[in-house]
Design a protein around this ligand. Structure first.
Ligand code: HXC
Ligand code: NAP
Length: 297
């Protein structure tokens, strides 16, 4: 299956937009930041590790020639989020979009988790997304800014649930509920809110914690995806840029899945029949038709 690596927008579709990307120093946050900068946006990347942020900012500035600001911020702490917002405003004079991308996660049987382990994931993902959304929302509403966008990165197990990542599933489900709730409540302030649910997109952060050691060979993600491949970072960046841009002005309260069909493959009761060789179908059809035929009188 051909991978798609082309940028969707080519011109300055995000020119002069100010976008804050939480967890923008690594993985998918970094890839989305790169594309936003290529499209002319000023981007603020935030996370706990400022050394990593500096390195990423230097790299992306050289690569794209765009503007980037770093802000150390643990999203679990509301006052750090407020300080990060203030830093953004004092540097760029405004903020147009918030991308809630920061997350924490690791696989574990739930009964092995301490109460603090559970809280840690829920605090980063749910409380962190709430902290940023609340601080930015209050700012936009007080300032009577006519338009703003929040984009939340969730997962498909926000609605299916998943064992072994239960705190993450609970937290992402909460972020989805926040998306759908505030999309309605804050629309009157010109704030649009959407979510993206990616399937497997290889990153070091996720793979080290979700597929450690030889698990990546044992549970090859490409086999779980009908399109038989993992996602390309540019594909997610294309979708995020679209959802932040004015081209998606009428999309509000939506969650867009970008997973090559992964979660539906697991959901459809008979999808396992894909494993049957093509040549078996003649025989199976004959067997079924035989059972269907009316008994002779
Ligand atoms: C059991 C564990 C554990 C493990 C940590 N803990 N790792 N318990 N098994 N493997 C426990 C600790 O013992 C502690 O509990 C509690 O969790 C908090 O751990 P800390 O290390 O103190 O927390 P902190 O330094 O804040 O680090 C947070 C973290 C870490 C989540 C544990 O992994 C991290 O910084 N992650 C950020 C990046 C990340 O996770 N990226 C992946 C996102 S992928 P006690 O009781 O001992 O104090 C993703 C993709 C989803 O979301 C879908 C993919 C297809
Ligand atoms: P990643 O590189 O580990 O990204 C997570 C980021 O969150 C890191 O930059 C991390 O930076 C930051 N972060 C963690 N805790 C934080 C905190 N308390 N405060 C501020 N920042 C914090 O992993 P990724 O794969 O790119 O994940 C990005 C997003 O995509 C996440 O929301 C994840 O759930 C989602 N996602 C990923 C996949 C996938 O296949 N990769 C699939 C579905 C959904 P610091 O450690 O420096 O703080």
């Amino acid at each position: 299956m051909t991978e798609f690596k082309e940028p969707m927008f080519r011109n300055n579709e995000l020119k002069d937009r100010v976008i804050v990307v939480t967890g923008g120093g690594s993985g998918l946050g970094k890839s989305m930041t790169r594309y936003f900068m290529q499209l002319g946006a000023n981007v603020v990347i935030t996370s706990r590790n400022t050394e990593k942020l500096e390195k990423t900012a230097g790299e992306l500035k050289t690569e794209t020639g765009g503007n980037i600001l770093i802000a150390g911020c643990d999203v679990r702490n509301y006052s750090e989020v407020e300080a990060m917002l203030e830093k953004t405003i004092s540097e760029f004079g405004k903020v147009d979009a918030l991308l809630n991308n920061a997350a924490g996660n690791f696989i574990s049987p739930s009964e092995r988790l301490s109460a603090n382990a559970f809280d840690t994931i829920i605090d980063i993902v749910l409380k962190g997304s709430k902290n940023c959304t609340l601080a930015f929302g209050k700012h936009w509403i007080n300032k009577k800014q006519d338009k703003a966008v929040v984009l939340n990165i969730i997962t498909t197990y926000a609605w299916t649930g998943s064992g072994y990542v239960v705190p993450s599933a609970m937290a992402k489900a909460g972020v989805l509920a926040m998306t759908r709730s505030l999309a309605v409540e804050w629309a009157k302030y010109g704030i649009r809110m959407n979510a993206v649910a990616p399937g497997p997109f290889p990153t070091k952060g996720a793979w080290d914690r979700l597929l450690p050691g030889n698990l990546k060979d044992k549970f090859d993600f490409t086999k779980k995806v009908p399109l038989r491949r993992v996602g390309e970072h540019q594909e997610l960046a294309n979708l995020a840029a679209f959802l932040i841009s004015d081209f998606s002005s009428y999309i509000n309260g939506e969650v867009i899945t970008i997973d090559g069909g992964e979660w539906l493959q697991g959901a459809g009761q008979f999808n396992m029949l894909q494993q049957l060789p093509e040549e078996m179908w003649d025989m199976l059809e004959m067997m079924i038709r035989k059972k269907n035929s009316k008994p002779e009188k």
